[in-house]
Design a binder for this molecule. Sequence first.
Ligand SMILES: [Zn+2]
Ligand SMILES: [Zn+2]
Length: 119
Amino acid sequence: MTASVPSPEDGEPLPYKEVTDEAYARLAAGSFTVEEPRPGTLILRGPCPRCRAPMEIPLVSGIVRSPRAAGERLRRRPRPQQETVEPMMCTCEDDHPNRPEGRYGCGAYWTLTVSAGPR
Ligand SMILES: [Zn+2]
Ligand SMILES: [Zn+2]
């Protein structure tokens, strides 16, 4: 018997679609790596969980507070680790049909929990 359903991995371009799935977050958590080439700059690297295009997303965090500048009052919140949840979106330049003009990626978006260890 021959299946007539084309394999999605078989070079068929994925149509652009703004979509998320909890599996994306899980896949990304397992496959993305975080590098810290310099203090305050993180680079997330990994394949898009939907279209598998390799991505490299620099996070220059203006969020990282200098240890003393942040109000001491905020310390009441327990912070076991420095974790930020980064919203991410596929930014590949691959060909995805139906993609609106001026957009990048396949439309997939997800969140990645990035834990930047205390230095
Ligand atoms: Zn993608
Ligand atoms: Zn793509």
